[in-house]
Design a protein around this ligand. Structure first.
Ligand SMILES: Nc1ncnc2c1ncn2[C@@H]1O[C@H](COP(=O)(O)OP(=O)(O)O)[C@@H](O)[C@H]1O
Ligand SMILES: [Mg+2]
Length: 245
């Protein structure tokens, strides 16, 4: 007997409009991010992915629309311990060791050394605690950034292009970590301008020029377009969206 209610979405956005400087960046974006899954936010550079993420974590002035995050208005103080955000630029100190970086962020969030040790394990950096962060590989440094966002065990993780510049093996490892976090119940919103990462996601948000073209899944996108390759499938969606109706 179907008494199970679907879980409420982790993020619900209606008619979001954002202007930055002279640029009208987001045009009436509406979407829902399901809880406990990996949602990929995909689209070419400049389409508005970072602006959308900034709006979700409450650091972007928005021109109109509504954004609900974990049942509260985006940017509400009660969301701070529940939302982890990793920006596109590295957000850790290159001249501190891994342990010192996490100790510093841990003291800001009020988490203890046990939690720091657990988090280092989660991101696969056990054994690297004493290494100066600036001497790590790009992939390892991304993991230190990720660890800072994981320290207080957030319900929602917003990761802006976390795999950019990583080699395929490291990218794969990072996606495996994301999968484990989702399995443990965390909601992940992960942006990328590389369409071949779409296959790693449960849910897809396809953006172009400040508009959401589709909210779909890898399987439904393949079905809709008849393209197995998700990059080609995205191009098909773009072409169809440009045809005069
Ligand atoms: N601080 C800013 N002032 C004015 N325009 C901006 C600013 N930041 C970004 N933009 C513009 O907003 C658009 C979307 O940028 P962004 O959200 O960073 O896209 P993406 O993350 O998909 O590359 C781009 O056209 C960019 O030039
Ligand atoms: Mg960006």
């Amino acid at each position: 007997m179907a008494t199970d209610q679907p879980a409420p979405p982790a993020i619900a956005i209606r008619d979001l409009d954002v202007v930055r400087g002279d640029n009208h960046v987001l045009h009436g974006v509406s979407l829902e991010v399901p809880a406990g899954k990996i949602t990929g936010l995909l689209g070419p550079s400049g389409c508005g992915k970072s602006t959308l993420m900034r709006s979700i974590v409450g650091v972007q002035i928005v021109g109109g629309g509504e954004i609900e995050v974990l049942g509260a208005a985006a940017g509400s103080p009660e969301l701070r311990p529940r939302v982890g955000y990793v920006t596109q630029a590295p957000s850790v100190y290159g001249d501190l060791s891994v342990a010192e970086n996490l100790g510093y962020f841990g003291s800001l969030y009020g988490v203890g050394s046990d939690r720091i040790a657990t988090t280092i394990g989660t991101v696969g950096l056990r054994g690297f605690e004493g290494r100066i962060t600036g001497t790590l590989s790009g992939g390892q440094r991304s993991r230190v950034s990720l660890a800072t966002a994981l320290l207080n065990d957030p319900d929602l993780l917003v990761l802006d292009e976390p795999t950019v510049g990583l080699d395929p093996v490291l990218r794969d490892e990072l996606w495996r970590t994301f999968g484990e976090l989702a399995k443990a119940g965390t909601t992940l919103l992960v942006s990328s301008h590389v369409m071949d990462e779409a296959g790693e996601c449960d849910e897809l948000l396809l953006m172009r020029e400040g508009r959401l073209l589709r909210q779909t899944t890898p399987a439904a996108l393949r079905e809709e377009t008849g393209q197995q390759d998700l990059g080609k499938a995205f191009l098909t969606v773009i072409e169809r969206s440009e045809q005069p109706s």
